[in-house]
Design a protein around this ligand. Structure first.
Ligand code: ARG
Length: 438
């Protein structure tokens, strides 16, 4: 199915223009009205000819940065101008992808002085969502611990990874050993085909920097044997720039301590360590009213920051990042540049009211033309393209941060604005070819 119908291409033009206007207003590019109109005319022409348009190197560089700035949930985006791009739009095969990802890790690592990097693979062509994606990555993050289901029903490792781990094992991944901290292999998809699990870190453990978690005053915490990896590198989200979707654009920043300490270690659905930490600190855990949980939470947060600092690995804390983000809000406000945000994500999971974000209100409207979005898995998208929707079991949501509610996707090839008309009525197979009677 090829849809070069007016709605798709005129939407694309509107989004391209909105993006160019944002770029023109950036003083690093400072496009004149004339340059903007010239570029827009060229884009329009290209859309007429091909149904899509190609970002210049500068547009890609600015686009990824602008998409970061528009990420309502991110507390670190005052640094949006520092994001570096690796342009892999022409990379087509598995070897090329793994090489690019290894290079990405090198660019990001810098001996612990972690830099923000994004690698951008091939875009989708608007109106052709029936075409296979050139490259996709199924991993949630490129560095992540496996979650092995045990016979007694418990999980060894990160419960967040259970489903992904099962799939990798089913496809032949055989880790040398299984621990609570076994790095997962990469699941790369080329042209809608799932490649065999690729255990990059088994060959290159030096690209999986980790920290043993210790506490300056609580040796009991050291004895828990907790550890975490240094580079958060999200690999499953879609990037959209000026209406063009890049379904594979893995990006990294560096951690804020609370992400690891409060959420990854203490969420009940994750490593669930709050009680073990409390006992390790010698706290009286018999009553909630002693606030032992709160003390344990602070203890593990101190330990994570202390351990990363000692290792010389970059990490932020919620006070520092909260103050920087507040300064950013004020600067943008003064300059008349709209900055949206998601209060529930910007406020840290510990000591909320100590952060400036707690005391602010944010407009959580999603900037559609240039942003990062959740998307359905490569498996679900490929299944829809094969018209094997039995494998497309991802639930439909109304989440405005989900790609299919903002842009056309394989599951919604007509574009989100017609989703309401498309979804409720699924024509039963036996009616196909007959006049519809509803
Ligand atoms: N919260 C996620 C984790 O704990 C990482 C999300 C991205 N974080 C970042 N600092 N860039 O793994």
């Amino acid at each position: 199915m090829t849809l070069s119908s007016p709605p798709v291409s005129s939407r694309l033009r509107v989004q391209a223009l909105a993006f160019l206007q944002d770029m023109a207003a950036d003083n690093r590019y400072a496009l004149t009205q004339e340059q903007l109109q010239e570029r827009m005319a060229a884009i329009s022409e290209e859309i007429d000819q091909t149904g899509t348009y190609t970002h210049t190197t500068e547009e890609l560089e600015f686009g990824v940065q602008w998409a970061w700035r528009a990420s309502n949930r991110c507390i670190g985006r005052h640094m949006w101008r520092s994001l570096k791009v690796q342009d892999c739009r022409t990379t087509k095969d598995h070897a090329g992808v793994t090489e690019a990802l290894a290079k990405h890790l090198d660019m990001a690592w810098q001996d612990g002085n972690i830099q923000s990097v994004i690698t951008v693979f091939a875009p989708r062509i608007p109106g052709q969502s029936d075409q296979a994606d050139v490259v996709r990555i199924a991993n949630h993050q490129l560095l992540r611990y496996a979650g092995f289901e045990q016979e007694d029903g418990t999980v060894l490792g990160d419960p967040h990874s259970v489903e992904f781990t099962r799939r990798m094992l089913d496809l032949g991944w055989s880790p040398k050993s299984r621990s609570a901290y076994t790095p997962l292999p990469w699941s790369i998809w080329i042209q809608d085909e799932e490649c065999a699990p690729f255990d990059h870190f088994a060959q290159h453990p030096e690209q999986f920097p980790e920290v043993d978690i210790t506490h300056p005053d609580h040796p009991g915490i050291d004895a828990l044997g907790l550890r975490w990896y240094a580079i958060p590198l999200i690999s499953e989200m879609a990037l959209v720039i000026g209406g063009i979707t890049y379904p594979c654009a893995p990006f990294n920043g560096w951690y804020m301590g609370t992400e690891i300490a409060a959420r990854n270690f203490c969420d009940p659905a994750r490593y669930d360590m709050i009680e073990a930490i409390g006992l390790a600190m010698g706290l009286d855990t018999s009553s909630n009213r002693t606030l032992w949980k709160d003390q344990a939470l602070i203890g593990i947060n101190q330990a994570v920051l202390h351990s990363f600092d000692r290792a010389g690995f970059r990490i932020g804390d919620h006070h520092e990042l909260g103050a920087q983000f507040e300064r950013f809000c004020k600067i943008e406000d003064k300059a008349g540049r709209k900055l949206n945000g998601d209060w529930s994500w910007l406020t840290p999971p510990i000591s909320g009211s100590l952060s400036p974000q707690f005391h602010r209100e944010f407009d959580n409207t999603v900037e559609a033309h240039t942003n990062f979005f959740y998307q359905s898995s490569p498996a679900a998208d490929a299944a829809v393209r094969r018209e094997d929707s039995s494998l497309d079991d991802a639930p439909r949501t109304s989440d405005p941060f989900h790609l299919e509610n903002q842009h056309e996707t394989p599951r919604c090839p007509f574009g989100f604005d017609r989703i309401g008309k498309v979804l409720p009525f699924k024509r039963p197979a036996f009616l196909k070819g007959k006049a519809s009677g509803h």
